[in-house]
Write a protein that binds this ligand. Structure first.
Ligand code: F6R
Length: 611
């Protein structure tokens, strides 16, 4: 994954770079580092662990005013997490430095070739291989050395390279990994970053590199060359950053803050998008016409992790409301399938970050097959927003905690409106559309009620936090909801939790049930009420402690479960909202009791930009 950053300009490069790296830490927090040119020498500083460790390390350096700088936050792919494997990596002479996001698949081959020529390596990374090849080709012209190196690389990358003898020049190149370069109007400074939102400055003119393009970046000027080494004119976008310095606003963790934000983020996702008088849905910059939507024969949804869960819920919406065959595929699988697209397949790619490599790759496959594409995304200017025919924004504001919460509920809200829109275009009656929206409008206040009773969930967490294995079970909409709740628990509490369709347990997995294996039962799908009650009896008979999340009024649950958390009742389609929030709280409190790193769980990154 990793985030890369670079700066050359009139401000203090180190200060700008450290602010940029703070914004990029969501892409990896295994280690971080910087390298810059100072009085004709290359100075580098890097440290394993979070950015705060690098900040401590930088204090040991005599204060320096660099000519330019590159920086990195790492999510380890090749090589364990330690100081040596942290970026930047330098060539043997310590004259060239590189930062890299991506994976070089033929790095072992390339490394061995250099080893035979006597080159020794000080890290286990694929990145060091790139800089040693650049060094081999360097004869005074840095861009030429980079241009000679990149055809050797198999895999994906975004790189930034500097040389001590070129103190005013950063060379950047990218293939399939995002890389934004921005300059100001006065032409006094240039920035590069994996994410333009990390520039920390508005009003820049920004371009994105791709397809092995190479850029020569100097103060306020950028020249871009294609693989034929011709100078090319790139499309430049005006970038008005909506950047706000992240703040926990008094909450102990970003995760808790983001859980609490959900009544307002859901409201933002639906506000102004359904006109009750005319019973019409309207999304900004939505280019699919009524005619397009009438012709759709199937919907294929792509996503990973929590976004895939939103997609699974939405597939039900499209089938039930709009009567269109719909499926959701895990993007890492979808990209290697050969689906039978019809001429009127709509492909919907869901991603909070808009940068998830598998989702983008699967989307590109669908585009190549001629499908119409639609993105559902939270981050403006991200790759997904640029590569889909239309994109609906969640408007949920930055999601900082690695574990996704508010993005999911906004995704479901937006997707329910999209299903309603398509259904209306295909003849759904206005009265039932209005009735659905009336229920949807109540969701923020239902969630507020869950938030107001979260102290009960904290008590339940105390009771259940010592267990190491959980089943989460549910039916229909609650099946997907319980998979999401299990993912939250795994992700932030490091507890084994499986989301299971309640009816499927008896086909094998029930063998695991015992008094040390609690079941969290999601009961809010009223259509299958009697069935889930029977499933509860089955696990109770085998001694499992049962915690149920059930809608008020389903009193029978209290006679079976050991504990019940009551939820505001709603229609089945919208029950995922409140049950999801209850699951988020449970995971949060258990993680807190177990002393886990809630906002930055081990081994993870917010944005998964490698396959
Ligand atoms: C789970 C989580 C991940 C992401 C997944 C996709 O809490 O955050 O499972 O949902 O990595 O990320 P996006 O939505 O950015 O494509």
């Amino acid at each position: 994954m990793c985030g890369i950053f670079g700066y050359v300009g009139t401000q203090d490069p180190l200060k700008i770079c450290m602010t940029g790296l703070e914004q990029l830490e969501y892409r990896g927090y295994d280690s971080s580092g910087i390298a810059g040119v100072f009085e004709g020498t290359m100075v580098s500083c890097k440290k394993a662990g979070k950015l705060s460790n690098l900040k401590q390390e930088l204090r040991k350096l005599p204060s320096k005013s660099f000519d330019l700088i590159i920086g990195h936050t790492r999510w380890a792919t090749h090589g364990i997490v330690n100081d040596q494997n942290a970026h930047p990596h330098l060539d043997l002479r310590g004259e060239i430095a590189i930062v890299h996001n991506g994976i070089i698949e033929n790095c072992h081959f390339l490394r061995e070739q250099l080893r035979k020529e006597g080159v020794s390596f000080s890290s286990q990374t694929d990145t060091e291989v790139i800089v040693q090849w650049i060094s081999k080709f360097y004869t005074g012209d840095l861009i030429a050395a980079v241009q000679k190196t990149i055809p050797l690389l198999k895999g994906i990358y975004a790189i930034a390279v500097i040389h001590k003898d070129h103190p005013h020049q950063i060379i950047a190149a990218a293939r399939e990994c995002p890389l934004a370069i921005g300059t100001d109007d006065q032409k006094t400074e240039s920035y590069l970053s994996s994410d333009p939102n990390a520039f920390g400055k508005s009003g820049l003119n920004v371009l994105f590199l791709r397809d092995d393009e190479v850029a020569k970046i100097e103060k306020g000027t950028i020249e871009v060359f294609n693989t034929g080494q011709d100078l090319i004119i790139k499309k430049v976008e005006r970038f008005e950053s909506e950047y706000l310095a992240p703040s926990k606003e008094g909450f102990e963790h970003y995760l808790l803050k983001e859980i609490y934000e959900q009544p307002s983020t859901i409201l933002k996702a639906i506000w102004g998008r359904f006109h009750e008088e005319t019973a019409q849905v309207e999304f900004e910059n939505f280019h699919l016409t009524k005619e397009n939507l009438q012709k759709i024969q199937q919907i294929r949804i792509l996503g990973c992790g929590t976004s895939a869960h939103a997609g699974l819920i939405a597939a039900n919406y499209f089938e039930e409301m709009a009567k269109i065959p719909a499926s959701c595929e895990i993007a890492s699988e979808a990209r290697y399938q050969t689906p039978l697209f019809t001429p009127h397949t709509l492909v919907i790619a869901i991603s909070q970050s808009g940068e998830t490599a598998d989702t983008i790759a699967a989307l590109r496959e669908a585009k190549a097959a001629g499908c119409k594409t639609l993105g559902i995304c939270n981050v403006k200017h991200s790759t997904l927003t640029r590569e889909t025919d239309s994109c609906i924004y969640l408007k949920a504001g930055p999601e900082i905690s690695v574990c996704s919460t508010k993005a999911l509920t906004s995704q479901i809200a937006v997707l329910s409106l999209l299903a309603l829109h398509i259904a209306l275009c295909r003849g759904k009656d206005a009265a039932s559309a209005r009735a659905f929206f009336q229920e949807l409008k109540k969701v923020p206040s239902h969630i507020q009620k869950v938030i107001d009773s979260s102290a009960e969930l904290e008590k339940l967490a105390l009771k259940y936090a010592s267990f190491n294995d959980f089943f989460f079970m549910g039916r229909r909409h609650m099946y997907i909801t319980c998979m999401e709740a299990a993912l939250k628990l795994k992700e932030i509490s490091y507890v084994n939790a499986n989301g299971y369709p309640a009816g499927e347990l008896k086909h094998g997995a029930i063998a695991l049930i015992n008094p040390r294996f609690p079941v969290v039962a999601f009961c809010a799908n009223l259509q299958t009420k009697d069935k889930i009650l029977s499933n509860l009896m089955e696990v109770k008979a085998r001694g499992a402690p049962i915690l149920a999340f059930a809608p008020e009024g389903m009193d029978e649950v209290a006679n079976i479960a050991d504990d019940v958390f009551w939820l505001p009742p709603t229609i089945d389609e919208l029950a995922p909202f409140t049950s999801t929030v209850a699951g988020q709280f449970l995971a949060y409190f258990i993680a807190k009791i177990r002393g886990c790193d809630i906002d930055q769980p081990r081994n993870l990154a917010k944005s998964v930009t490698v396959e």
